[in-house]
Structure formats: C-alpha cells, structure tokens
Design a protein around this ligand. Structure first.
Ligand SMILES: Cc1cc2nc3c(=O)[nH]c(=O)nc-3n(C[C@H](O)[C@H](O)[C@H](O)COP(=O)(O)O)c2cc1C
Length: 214
C-alpha cells in the first residue's frame, strides 16, 4: 500500500476482534517506531506503557469511561503515552550524554554546542512549567501520529483515545512516583467484523480550505 492509500484507509476502530493479537515482532517494530519519533531538540520527553495482558487491561479499565471500554477491552494492546514531570538539568545532561554515546559528536566542543542549543531551546520554548508541560505534550502527539500511521501501514488497526481519566490512570500505574504523567492513550489490534466505523466514508474538510500554496 502506498502512503496515500494508508492515509485513506486508516480509520479509528471502535470495535476490535478480541481473539486477534498482534505478534510480538510487530509490537517490537512499533516500539522502535515510537523510539525513533522526532522531538524538538531531541528532547524525547516521553515514556510509553505498553499494556498487552488481560490483567493489565483490567487494571487500567477504571480510568476508561464506558464509551471507550470496547477499544481497550477488546484490542490487542493499549499504549499509555506519558510525558516527564520536567526537563531538568540532570535530564538534559542525560540526553547529551546519550547523543555522545551514539556517536553524534566529533569533538568535546560539538557536545558543548549541542548542550548549549538544548538549554537555549528548552528555555525559549518552556519558560514556565505550564509551557514546558504543553511543549512536551506536543512531542508526545507527534509520536502518536507516527504510531497510528505506522500501525495502519502494517495492517494493524488503532484508536487514539483522549477520552480517559488521566489522574486515575496515573494513580493506577503509579506514574507520579515515576516522574511521569499520562497524556493520551492509543489502542492497537484488529477490527471486529461488525465494526461500524469501518464502513463509514472518511470525512475531511476540502483541500482548498486547509491548504495555501505560495
Ligand atoms: C488525539 C485524539 C484523541 C481521540 N480520542 C478518541 C476517543 O477517546 N475515543 C474515540 O472513539 N475516538 C477518539 N479519537 C478518534 C477521532 O474521533 C477520529 O480520529 C476522527 O474522528 C477522524 O476519524 P478517523 O480517525 O476515522 O479518520 C481521537 C483522535 C485523536 C487524534
């Protein structure tokens, strides 16, 4: 399938076939796609909780409102996408050290320059904790987009879910203690035969309304 066809054919799955599970190697592939998602100044301010067991699903279900239950209960996997508490000095050092380890710098000066750029952008883009939280959330949503599109390309159906109780899921998963906060959820699996949404035509605003070409 080409990219345009994938974009036309992917859709939000409302009902999954509970008997169909995503093979482990494809979950691994989707994890790599999440890991490789781009983020501003490579801040990667995220963590992903992958729920693939019935016990895990039952555990998080109290944080999912009734209307979204089938997307979680019957899907194969649920990804709880989280942001960090903050991007502090220790984390910035950690990021630059990782880039160093991954061979991104020729010299110590290169590393220093990257560290300065990182500090500069973090300060500019997130002068307050609220700004920083919103900035980090944007990066997580880029990862969400990658996940949904890649899954579709692999023949895996998905649902992005904002309809959940973030405070509750944080409590259930002990995210606060881990310095994390849930932002958005995605479920993955295979559509049920009777998934009503599968047959609905896609609806989007026309291109002449959403694009300007200069
Ligand atoms: C960030 C985000 C949150 C969403 N939250 C929910 C949700 O909680 N439950 C649900 O059934 N669909 C949810 N959706 C699905 C949207 O309603 C859907 O993407 C939109 O109507 C376009 O339809 P399509 O994805 O089938 O093309 C969400 C989508 C996005 C991108």
């Amino acid at each position: 399938m080409n990219m345009v066809d994938i974009s036309r054919k992917r859709y939000t799955t409302k009902h999954y076939d509970k008997s169909k599970k995503i093979p482990a190697d494809q979950i691994e592939a989707l994890c790599t796609i999440l890991q490789n998602s781009p983020s501003s100044v490579n801040t990667q301010p995220w963590h992903f909780v992958i729920v693939g067991s019935d016990a895990g699903r039952d555990k998080i279900l109290p944080a999912i409102p009734d209307f979204n239950h089938p997307r979680v209960q019957d899907s194969s996997h649920t990804v709880v996408m989280c942001v960090r508490d903050n991007i502090d000095e220790a984390y910035m050092q950690h990021l630059v050290d990782q880039e160093d380890k991954d061979g991104r710098f020729q010299t110590a000066e290169d590393k220093q320059r990257q560290s300065e750029a990182l500090h500069f952008f973090v300060n500019v883009k997130s002068p307050t904790p609220k700004d920083q939280y919103e900035w980090m959330c944007k990066q997580v949503y880029i990862a969400l987009g990658n996940l949904l599109f890649a899954a579709a390309g692999m023949g895996i159906d998905s649902t992005a879910i904002e309809g959940f109780d973030s405070a509750k899921i944080d409590e259930i998963l002990g995210l606060k203690e881990k310095g994390l906060k849930s932002v958005v959820v995605a479920t993955l699996g295979y559509r049920a035969e009777n998934d009503s949404n599968a047959k609905r035509p896609k609806s989007r605003l026309p291109q002449d309304e959403i694009f300007t070409f200069l």
